[in-house]
Design a protein around this ligand. Sequence first.
Ligand SMILES: Cc1cc2nc3c(=O)[nH]c(=O)nc-3n(C[C@H](O)[C@H](O)[C@H](O)COP(=O)(O)O)c2cc1C
Length: 288
Amino acid sequence: MKIIVLNGSPKGIESATMQYILYIQKKFPQHELKILNIAQQIKKLEKNEEKFQEIIEDVKNSNGIIWGFPLYVMLVPSQYKRFIELITERHKEEAFKNKYTAVLATSIHFYDHTAINYMNAICDDLEMKYIGSFSADMFDLMIPNKRKQLILYAENLFYTIENKLPTSRKNLPLIKQPFEYIPGKLEKEEGKIETLGKKVLIITDSVDQNTNLGRMIQRFQNCFSTKVEVVNIYDLDIKSGCLGCIQCGYDNICVYKDKDEFTEFWSIKLESADILVFAGNIVDRYLS
Ligand SMILES: Cc1cc2nc3c(=O)[nH]c(=O)nc-3n(C[C@H](O)[C@H](O)[C@H](O)COP(=O)(O)O)c2cc1C
């Protein structure tokens, strides 16, 4: 069988998560596990539709899909989240429909259940046949018993696909309800909220003021007696999502310092704020 592994680690094949996939490949040479480095290539996939389409073709021609990813900040890495958005933005859901699928995540078990539930929901939304998940601690591969569990997970995956066993979905389909937010009348000036010297910062990715979110932000800003700053992340030069390189582990300095505007935004605007408000649309069950 041909299984496509959608690699969610920005480290590509060097990733800890992919060592689990390579181990499965070693133990089951009769099957082909083709690793596609989704997160590492996300910029290319965003810009180049042909490259993106190649991934979709691989998905179409496969017997099953493994979503292999690490936990980065309680969810999948941002590059992987973006890939999931591209599937719907480019209307490629059909390629995933009725494909057998499973999740393999590595982490230190901090909110791994959140990321796995999220991916289960994405698979359900794509109408895939979700077999199950394996959530490994990043060093589990060094432990014989954990390796046995990994083998069981892989055996179950291959057996389910080969025998076309039934699966069940866990999440109800999303129901899109059209909704227009029309702000109510503002209270009198004296009813406005005093910030009492506290700095409120709104962070958004809203590109149009004339949307529900745009209107909510304006209404929220107007509730305060003093000016509340809004930062739109589209106005910042952000070279990339987190690379997971852990360079910051040595001295708390990101490899992108002085190469883009993120570190400056973080230390000047974000750290000096007392209250942060994240204002974003939910896209594919999470903030974009
Ligand atoms: C930026 C960053 C954020 C992380 N956040 C989490 C987290 O929220 N929960 C967790 O359990 N592990 C977290 N981890 C640990 C990674 O999930 C773990 O090291 C993983 O095995 C890395 O896999 P990779 O080498 O395939 O990228 C984080 C690691 C990094 C680099």
